[in-house]
Design a protein around this ligand. Structure first.
Ligand code: CMC
Length: 386
């Protein structure tokens, strides 16, 4: 019998506002995204990682002096505690990189004298530490996964993205590799109250610490419906193998009720503006790309057309940021299971900014659930149970 008292339940908090924020606007109907009021196209075209990270954390674009100081404070924090490097060395060759990342980040407070200082200034300093060290951790994971590769200490004269690639590969990136990674870091930096950011806020709302909140967020980002979709999308493109298989593959997958990773979004019911930027960039790269990247791109474009024809306007399922990421990362020489850890290293800025903002007017996040089980059952001693 239907329960007349049942409240309206918004599964997955769909359509529910949980806070006010001045950090990021996602306009899902018009396919627009703004970081602190600046359109994402302008950010992608013009910003360094440091500039965008400062903007997200502080709310305004830095002047020259502020940018220099911020860049210095980020690069000064790149070193990792020896124990963290040792843990990565012991685990990275066999374990899921996201598990290794989560474990490594959860160790950082043990080496931070300010770990328990909940003051605003200390939290800002810890944010910078987290943003800086997470890239070093991901690079170290990338090295130790491959036999014979050792940890490469940071080069503090390089910028954030260049240093990441240097620590990952043991050499500075080419211009093309740098450009790709700059765009990837920028587009994944922040995206309002997505699942992982909300996860960070839930943990932070108990007045736990910033390291615990970021560790929670990493765990949430790991799922294929969220951060791991970029890896799954590329795996699908690789599984299609030959461009001429694309249409049948997608047709069969949809007929089998499979989700096509890299498509659909809770908020965007039109083309994700980040996917537009990535697609444009991927197309511009084509003539300079290796054969494998050109093939991945051709499959991606055919899959995109098929999905838009079938589910675009009719169901509001369009490419999201994860769909064209795989071919681009491939062009930058990034191995597939580092995609989500890189996403995390980039999104660390957004997670920290939201925590700093939320803590200004903190309220414990504690939603309701509507209980539908039985009540007043009689306790039976174990010997009397079936
Ligand atoms: N392929 C096929 N069908 C889809 C897809 C897809 N990618 N996405 C949604 N649908 C269908 C879904 O099967 C459902 O159909 P029905 O009503 O017949 O059961 C309907 O659309 C609604 O799906 P939903 O999961 O209830 O909607 P949602 O708003 O929760 O979906 C989503 C958001 C991202 C979870 C979903 O689109 C999805 O699973 N996409 C694939 C994973 C993905 O690419 N995730 C990355 C998101 S963007 C980056 C990020 O934020 O991490």
């Amino acid at each position: 019998m239907p329960d007349a008292n049942a409240p309206k339940i918004n599964k997955g908090l769909d359509g529910i506002y949980v806070s006010e924020s001045k950090i990021c606007k996602v306009d899902g109907l018009n396919g627009k995204l703004y970081y602190r009021g600046y359109p994402i196209d302008d950010i992608a075209a013009n910003c360094s990682f440091e500039e965008a990270s400062y903007l997200i954390l502080h709310g305004t674009l830095p002047n020259r002096g502020q940018l220099d100081e911020f860049s210095k404070s980020l690069s000064a924090e790149r070193d990792l505690p020896t124990l963290v490097v040792d843990v990565i060395e012991d685990t990275a060759s066999e374990k899921d990189p996201m598990h290794v990342l989560m474990s490594a980040v959860s160790l950082l407070p043990a080496f931070d004298e300010e770990a328990d200082d909940a003051g605003e200034d200390a939290n800002l300093r810890k944010s910078i530490r987290i943003i800086s060290k997470m890239s070093s951790i991901v690079a170290a994971i990338g090295r130790y996964r491959n036999e014979g590769e050792e940890y490469v200490p940071p080069d503090k004269s390089l910028d954030h993205v260049e240093n990441f690639m240097y620590m990952l590969n043991g050499k500075k990136p080419t211009k093309q590799e740098y450009d790709i990674m700059r765009i990837m870091f920028l587009l994944q930096l922040e995206h309002s109250s997505n699942a992982s950011t909300f996860s960070a806020m839930v943990t932070g709302s108990s007045l736990s610490d910033i390291y615990s909140a970021v560790t929670s967020a990493i765990g949430t980002l790991k799922g294929p419906l969220h951060g791991e979709a970029d890896e799954m999308a590329l795996k699908m493109i690789e599984a299609i193998g030959n461009p001429d298989n694309t249409e049948k593959y997608i047709e069969d997958a949809l007929a089998g009720k499979q989700r096509i990773m890299g498509f659909g979004h809770r908020i965007y019911k039109t083309y994700d503006p980040r996917a537009k930027i990535l697609k444009k960039y991927l197309l511009e790269l084509q003539e300079h790309s290796a054969e494998d990247v050109r093939k991945l791109t051709e499959i991606a474009l055919r899959a995109e057309k098929m999905m838009i024809d079938k589910l675009g306007a009719s169901h509001g399922i369009w490419p999201n940021v994860d769909f064209f990421a795989g071919p681009l990362y491939t062009a930058a020489g990034i191995q597939i299971d580092l995609f989500t850890p890189i996403f995390a290293a980039s999104r660390a800025t957004g997670w920290c900014a939201h925590l700093l903002e939320y803590w200004k007017e903190n309220k414990l996040i504690r939603p309701l659930e509507y209980y539908t089980g039985p009540l007043d059952l009689k306790y039976l001693p174990i010997g009397e149970r079936q």
